[in-house]
Design a protein around this ligand. Structure first.
Ligand code: AMP
Length: 221
């Protein structure tokens, strides 16, 4: 089993679990906007590595383009390296990690990191295809949009930073279907893992971002 070996690392972590498109990233962005929380998204880190063509990016792209998971060993050491750079009293929201039980175990190994709670963004699959295929994102700041429900004021231009608003290459219907299958195959194991530890919260995520944010703040208190 992989483990987080650096005994110095001691950070407070809230894990966001849920299908792609369930709103984890949107909520993590809102919560981290005032600096109280640090939002770490493995998907964002990997996309950045692809953009800058690092060896990690080259390895990850092969899996991401097909909607498959990047191997555990790769993402575990990625998160391990990132956590080491953070202040010990940082409050972290992990979005998109862990995605498998071995990743969850690695995060808990050695007791060097502290997962306070795991919040499951619960939403029926039927709502997700439309959400994901209509999703657009700012290439520069990551601000999410939706072609129908939340378009930018000016087509293709981010309201926040004027960056380019684009469609992720893995938000096409074919890849979305595979990502949802992959999520379905791993999710129950993760829910069982955190439920056994008494850390699991269920959050109904088929609601407006404002309503979800209110419930989240209650859970995080
Ligand atoms: P996301 O932005 O969280 O939807 O992630 C996009 C893609 O990045 C996923 O479909 C995976 O290919 C990859 N990825 C992100 N996080 C992980 C992870 N924890 N484990 C394995 N692959 C991941």
């Amino acid at each position: 089993m992989q483990s987080f070996v650096d005994e110095e690392v001691s950070v407070n972590i809230t894990v966001f679990l849920g299908a792609p498109g369930s709103g984890k990233g949107t909520q993590a962005k809102i919560l981290s906007s005032d600096g109280k929380y640090i939002h770490l998204s493995t998907g964002d880190i990997l996309r950045n590595a692809i953009k800058t063509q690092t060896p990690l990016g080259k390895e990850a792209k092969v899996f991401m383009d097909k909607g498959e998971l990047v191997p555990d060993a790769t993402v575990i050491s990625l998160i391990e390296d990132t956590l080491k750079t953070l202040s010990p009293d940082a409050q972290i929201i992990l979005d998109g990690f862990p995605r498998t039980v071995p990743q969850a175990e690695a995060l808990d190994a050695k007791g060097t990191t502290k997962v306070k709670s795991a919040i499951f963004f619960d939403i029926p699959n039927s709502a997700l295809i439309e959400r994901l295929t209509g999703r657009r994102v700012c290439r520069n700041c990551g601000q999410p949009y939706h072609v129908k429900h939340m378009p930018p004021k000016k087509a293709g231009v981010c309201d926040v930073c004027s960056g380019e608003v684009y469609q992720r290459s893995d938000d096409t219907e074919e890849v979305v279907v595979r990502r949802l299958e992959v999520f379905g195959s791993q999710n129950q194991g993760l829910l069982d893992y955190y439920s056994r530890l008494n850390k699991l919260w269920n959050l109904s995520a088929d609601r407006s971002p404002q309503e979800i944010q209110k419930s989240l703040i209650e859970v995080l208190k």
